[in-house]
Structures are given as structure tokens and as C-alpha cells.
Design a protein around this ligand. Sequence first.
Ligand code: ATP
Length: 592
Amino acid sequence: MTPLIALSDLKRGIGLVVSVAPGLTVCQSLVVLFQAVLPLAGLYLTKSIVDAVVAPETAVLPVGVLLTAAALVALATVCIRETGGVLQERQSHRLGDRVFNLLHRQAAGVNLACLEQPEYHDAFHQALSEGPYRPARILGGLFDVLRNGVLLAGMTGFLFLFQWEVAALLPAAVLFPAIVRWRYARRQFDLRKKTTGTERRAGYYHWLLTSPEAAREVRLLDLFSFLSGRFNRYRQTVCRQRMALAGRQAVATTLMRAVGIAITFGCFALMARNAMSGTASVGEFVMLMQAFHRGAGALDGIFSGAAELHENRLFLSALFRFLDLPGESPDAPGPTDVPDLSRSTIAFENVSFTYPGTRRPVLQKVSFTLCPGDIVAIVGPNGAGKSTLIKLLCRLYEPDAGRILVDGRNIRHFDLKTWRRQIGVVFQDYIHYHFTVADNIRVGDIRLDEKDPRIAEAARHTGANLVSNALPHGIHTLLGRTFEGGCDLSEGQWQKIALARALVKDAGLMVLDEPTSALDADTEHHIFTRFRELTAKRSTLLISHRFSTVRMADRILVLQNARILEAGNHNELIRMRGRYSEMYSKQAGMYI
Ligand code: ATP
């Protein structure tokens, strides 16, 4: 990393902290200033007290007054320290919230191709584990350096005035341990980076051991020892490496501290010699000892603060690298409005696609047309590329070649959010939101009000109302077992709710990926006898392995080996006696 990037990360980190709470930052700066000045006053008072005790006749003020002043300084020091602590705590919380918001926004908007790479997860892990608290520590570190700088200047001034050679030796007493800390800051960071993958693996086994999703299989397959063994192995690998580095750092720090201690006590000997020979007063001797001690502490604080700043900056750079990952495909310059999809012709034109990081093309020169109001079904074996086709249509990925057109206009030219608002989707692996039934449906169009009648209407269309009627609080029942009072559903019941979620949106295009795979025969019949009515004002793209569903489509595409093999309606394809007819006969044969 070049010093320029390092500096810009530091600037960005400080900018982040200041922008979150400018007022708090100013207050903290004042606290730091007081914290630096008060010890100087305390030190001078100590000297004055000792001298007044030894020679009361030459004292400027009585011992009692000096003692009271010293007590007030001590009290002020405590008050300032506690105030500083509270301010810092408040700022850390605000900053943590802001960094979490930034991380969530980035994770929710990052390019999908990027999201699926292991490097993304490593970067996210690093950013999440260190990101929320490192920026606060950057500012804390800077304040420490500032406070200690002022303190050091004052203490060195005292020492120079009374015994310059001791002042000259002061840096040597603390320099060597600081060098060790600086060097190990980089090594700690590099080790963290190196072990991120292993830590994530341990995290995965932890998830398997503890998540409700995996609980049934873990018990039935008696996987505890296997999973726990792997978890421990990964944890131990990380722990061993960390301990080895910590051990090396401890040895190096101890050696360097020993050098520092020797220099410190050498300086004390010089001060004692002056006091014993009468060159300095006892008060001066006490003051110089304290000044040296505090000066060394301040310089140590500066070196440590700088090393910590360096360390925090390294971790912060991981956060910023994550925040700088590319977002979803930007709209073409000057995005145009999306036409009403229920009245538009959607055409795939020679679309080819290969997933990033893989070599096998999933789609090759795929072309077909979806006319307004039509239901087009896509069938084909597992892995044929059916869901991928939908992902391209939803612009989760961009085609490598070819175009997807709406009334002749490339969908890349539409505003991404508006484009997606026009599509009602049920994915194969839709989410079971642990929200109420109403909210599960409402998230299909989050702009709807909670009480919008369209929510109940969509539930009625897909039979989700029958599911909610049987629940303790009807449509307001919380689903899932994650939270108190939640009820779980069968897969088919969840699917009815997911279908309602897609229907609640006033979308011109419906995209359904295996929407009925878990529905019972009655429900499937109920939904599809009304499907025409439900989708009368919309165009529909449907993926299904169930031929009872597929056969009612206006057009059926058979996708195999990345290409469209056959196209036509059910009767035409049966007459063709090709792949569709073969698949249909096989499935029908299973019921005879
Ligand atoms: P199914 O009928 O099993 O749902 P499908 O026809 O919908 O299958 P797709 O999900 O489109 O098939 O997958 C097509 C191919 O693309 C598969 O070989 C799959 O392994 C691969 N694939 C899917 N998603 C990704 C991804 N995110 N990254 C890399 N390859 C992927």
C-alpha cells in the first residue's frame, strides 16, 4: 500500500468519525486539551508543596492552600476523565451504527457476480469483524497522540529547565518497545488477513451446529462429533498462529522494555546525585522524578498511539476496500422510463451467458418472444439454465452477448429500480420471512400501506388466506420459530404466501420459478383454474417441472444444453414427438 493510499484511508476514516458526530468531536477535543494541561498544574503544585513543607519560611503560599489546590486539580482530572469516557462511548455507538448502515447498504447493493465470490465473503468478514469499532479508535488514537504531545512538551520543558541531560535521555527510555509495537501492528494485520478464510470455515461449522435449519439433519445423521471436530480443527489452526505471533511479540517487547528500564533508572541515579550534592532541592528532585515518569509515559503514549493508528488504519483500509466494491450494473446514461410490461413484447435476442469465474456457458444464443398477456412456460432438465434466464431478465446479471428487448428497447437502458418494480417474482429458493403473514405478503410491494386491502386480496387468490385463518392471530400472526409466539408452516403453505407476495405487486410481468412444486393437487388446481383470470392483465414467464401446470401455457420452450430445443404450445409439442413429448409421457406414465 502506498503512503498516499494510507493517508487517504486515514483522512477518510477521520472524515467518517467527524461527520457522524461533529459536536461530540469538538467536545472531545476540549476534554483532551484539559487532560493534557491539568497534569502540568498538578506537578508544579507537588513541587511547591514539598518545598513549602521543607522550608515553610520561603514558601509563597501556605501548605494548606497548596494542598487544597492540588486536591481540586485531582478532582477536575477525574471529572474530565469520566466526561471523556462518556463522550467516547456515545461517539462509538453512533459510529458503530453508521458503519453497520454502510455495510448493510453495500452488502444489499453489491454486484451479484461479486457477491458469489469467496473473496467477497473474506472481505465482508474482515470489514464486519473490525469495521464498526476501528474508526472510533482512529480518532481516539489521534486524541491520545495530541494529549500526550502537549503533556510531553510540558514535561520535557520542566526537565530541560532543571536537568537537560535527563531530558535528552528520555526518548531512548521508550523508543525501543515502540519500534516493536509498530512492526508487529503490520504482522497482526497480515495474520488476520491470512486466517480470514479459516475463521469463516470455523464459522460455517458453528452455523451448522447451532442453526435451526440444520438441526434436524445434524441429529438424524449424528453429525455432532464430525462437525464439532472440524470446527475445533479450524479454530485451533487460527489460535496456534495467533499464539505464535503473540509469543514472539511478547519476547521482543520484554527485551526492549528491559533496555528502557535500564535507561530510566540511569536517569533517576543522575537526579539523585544532584539532590544529594545539594545542586537541586528535594522538591525539585521529586518533581523531576515525576516529570520524567510522566514524560516517558506521554512519549510511550505517542509511540503506542501512532502504532495503533497504523494498525487501525490497516483494518480501516479493509473496510473501505469492501465499501468500494462495485454495485449493481449502473443504468446506461440517461435511463429511460419502463413501458407497461403487460402491453409490451419482451424478446430475448441471441442471449448468451456464462457465470463469472466459470467456463461453461449456461445460455447460448437463446432467442424467444413473450407477447403481451401471454403465459410462456420453460421446461428442461436440472441445470439447463432456466433460473439463469430469469435472473438475466430481472437484471441480477448482464448477458455476455445478445440483448433482452422490450418493444425493441434494450432493458439495460431502463432505470434498474423501476424495471424491477414492474416484475412480480417467486424464486425457487424464496425466503421464509419471519414476519407476520401480512408483512410477508406486503414486502412484495413495500410501498403498500400495512392495511392495504390488496394484501388480503392477494392472500385470497393463492389460498394464503386459508393458511392465515387457521393461525392464532390470523393475517397478523408472526411466522417462523425464531421469535416468541411465531408459528411455522409447511413448505406448501409458505409457497402460497410467496405466490401472494408476487401477486400483490401491480406488476406487468409475472416471473414464477417452480411456483407450485410444494402445493397439494387441490391448491394447484385452484390456483391454475384461476390463473388466467389472475394474470389476465399481465404477461407471465413460468418455470415448472410439473407438466400439469406447464400444459396450460400459451407457449412452451424446451431448454436443454444451454439452447432452446423446441418451442410451441402443448398440443404442437406433443405432435412433434420430440423432447417435450418424451418428458411429458414419462411424467404422465408415473401416474398410470
Ligand atoms: P433446476 O431445474 O435444477 O432448477 P435450472 O435449469 O434452473 O435447474 P440454473 O439454476 O439456471 O438451472 O443453473 C444452470 C447452471 O448454472 C447449473 O449448471 C448451475 O450449476 C450453474 N449455476 C447456477 N448458479 C450459478 C452461480 N451463481 N454461479 C455459477 N454457476 C451457477
